[in-house]
Design a protein around this ligand. Structure first.
Ligand code: SF4
Length: 365
C-alpha cells in the first residue's frame, strides 16, 4: 500500500463569483450539489484504499455555501476515511455563508481548523475584487468559531490589488492582527487569464510596490510573533498547516472532486475541470508519470518554499543518494543565497521573494 496520508476534497460551489478567481468553481445550484456529492462519493469509494489519514482538507470553491443538509451529506460521505486521532481537519469558509449552525455542525464532525477568506476589508479594494465582506461579519465569525472551541483559524489576505497603497495594506494587516488568529496566508494578486479582471483589462501593480508590500507583510507579521514558515504563509508556533506542509514536503496525497489533483506512487493525476463530465463519472483528465529528474525538481522546488528547506537525511532516504551528488547548488551557498548545515539546505529568508530565480540557478546533474 502506498503511503498516502492526506486528502483534499474540492467543493466547487460559490454564492457569488469574484472578479479575480480562476479556481474551479460554479454558482451554487441545489440540484447540482446533490448530484456532485453523489459523484464525489463514487470517486472516493473507487480510489481510497483504506490508508490512515492525518490531514483532511475541504476546500473550494466555498464549502460553506452548502446548506446544513448538504454539509451533513458531505460529512457522511467523508466518514469512509480512517482518520488518525490527531488528524487535522480543515474547512475553507466564506464569512458571508458561515452561520453558527454550520460551525456547530463542523464541530460535530471533528473539524478542528477553519480557513476564513477575508482577503481585504478595504471597500475600494473590495470593489476591484468584487468580493465583499464587512469587518463586523468577520469579527462575528471569528468569535463564533472561538466560542465553539475552534481556535486553529487561518485568515487569507490578498494584496497588490490595483489602487492599493502601502497604507491600505497596513490597515488590512492591522485588522487581521486584531483578530488574534494563529495563521495568516497571503496572496499577491495575479491577474489570471479568463478572469473578469483580465477581461476588463485590469493590470497588475508595479513590481517594486509588490515587493515593498511583501516586505511590509513579512516584517509586520514577524514583529507580531508569526513565523514566516513558507514564502506566503505565517503562523504562531505550532500552528503551521499540516496539510499544506504535506504538499511542500512533497508527500503523496489524494485529491477528490472536480479540478482536484492527486500525487500517488510517482504519478500526478489531475481531475477534469468540467462539472458535467465529473458528474458523469469521467473524473481523471490527465496523468503525469514522473521521471527521476521530475521528482527531484518537485522535491527541491516544493521543499525550498519553506523555512525548513530540504531535509538532507530525508532526501537521502527517498532518493538513495546525497543531495550534493544530484544537484549543483554549492555556489549558491558560497554567495549566501542558500544556507546549509549538516541536516538542512534552505533559501535565506531575504531571497524568498525571488525563489523562482533561485530555482532557475539550481541544476539537476
Ligand atoms: S475566489 Fe473563492 S469565493 Fe470567490 S469565486 Fe473563487 S472560489 Fe468562489
Amino acid at each position: 500500500m502506498s503511503c498516502v496520508d492526506a486528502v483534499y476534497i474540492h467543493i466547487p460551489f460559490c454564492n457569488y463569483i469574484c472578479a479575480y478567481c480562476d479556481f474551479c468553481k460554479i454558482f451554487y445550484n441545489k440540484e447540482y450539489v446533490n448530484r456532485y456529492l453523489d459523484a464525489l462519493d463514487k470517486e472516493i469509494k473507487s480510489k481510497y484504499k483504506g490508508e490512515i489519514i492525518t490531514s483532511l482538507y475541504i476546500g473550494g470553491g466555498t464549502p460553506s455555501s452548502l446548506s446544513l443538509d448538504e454539509l451533513e451529506k458531505l460529512f457522511s460521505i467523508l466518514k469512509i476515511f480512517k482518520l488518525s486521532k490527531d488528524c487535522e481537519i480543515t474547512i475553507e469558509v466564506n464569512p458571508d455563508s458561515l452561520s453558527l449552525d454550520k460551525i456547530k455542525l463542523f464541530k460535530k464532525y471533528g473539524v478542528n481548523r477553519v480557513s476564513l477568506g477575508v482577503e481585504t476589508i478595504n471597500s475600494k479594494l473590495q470593489d476591484v475584487l468584487e468580493r465583499y465582506t464587512s469587518k463586523d461579519r468577520v469579527i462575528s465569525c471569528i468569535n463564533n468559531l472561538k466560542s465553539n472551541n475552534i481556535t486553529n483559524i487561518n485568515v487569507d489576505l490578498i494584496y497588490a490589488i490595483k489602487g492599493e497603497t502601502l497604507n491600505d495594506l497596513k490597515e488590512d494587516l492591522e485588522f487581521l492582527l486584531s483578530l488574534d488568529v494563529p495563521h495568516i496566508s497571503t496572496y499577491s494578486l495575479i491577474i489570471e487569464d479568463n478572469t473578469k479582471l483580465k477581461i476588463n483589462g485590469v493590470k497588475s501593480i508595479d513590481k517594486s510596490l509588490d515587493r515593498d508590500m511583501y516586505e511590509v507583510i513579512a516584517k509586520t507579521l514577524k514583529d507580531n510573533n508569526y513565523i514566516h514558515y513558507e514564502i506566503s504563509n505565517f503562523s504562531k508556533e505550532g500552528y503551521q498547516s499540516i496539510h499544506n506542509l504535506k504538499y511542500w514536503n512533497n508527500k503523496y496525497y489524494y485529491g477528490f472532486g472536480v479540478g482536484a489533483s492527486s500525487y500517488i506512487d510517482n504519478i500526478r493525476y489531475t481531475n477534469t475541470r468540467s462539472i458535467s463530465n465529473y458528474i458523469k463519472g469521467k473524473t481523471v483528465m490527465d496523468e503525469e508519470i514522473l521521471t527521476f529528474k521530475d521528482k527531484i525538481f518537485y522535491e527541491v522546488m516544493l521543499n525550498l518554499r519553506t523555512n525548513r528547506g530540504i531535509d538532507k537525511e530525508i532526501f537521502k532516504e527517498k532518493y538513495n543518494a546525497n543531495i550534493s551528488d544530484i544537484i549543483d547548488y554549492k555556489y549558491l551557498v558560497e554567495i549566501e543565497v542558500l544556507e546549509e548545515d549538516s541536516r538542512y539546505l534552505r533559501v535565506k529568508e531575504e531571497y524568498f521573494y525571488v525563489l523562482d530565480e533561485v530555482l532557475c540557478k539550481i541544476m539537476v546533474k
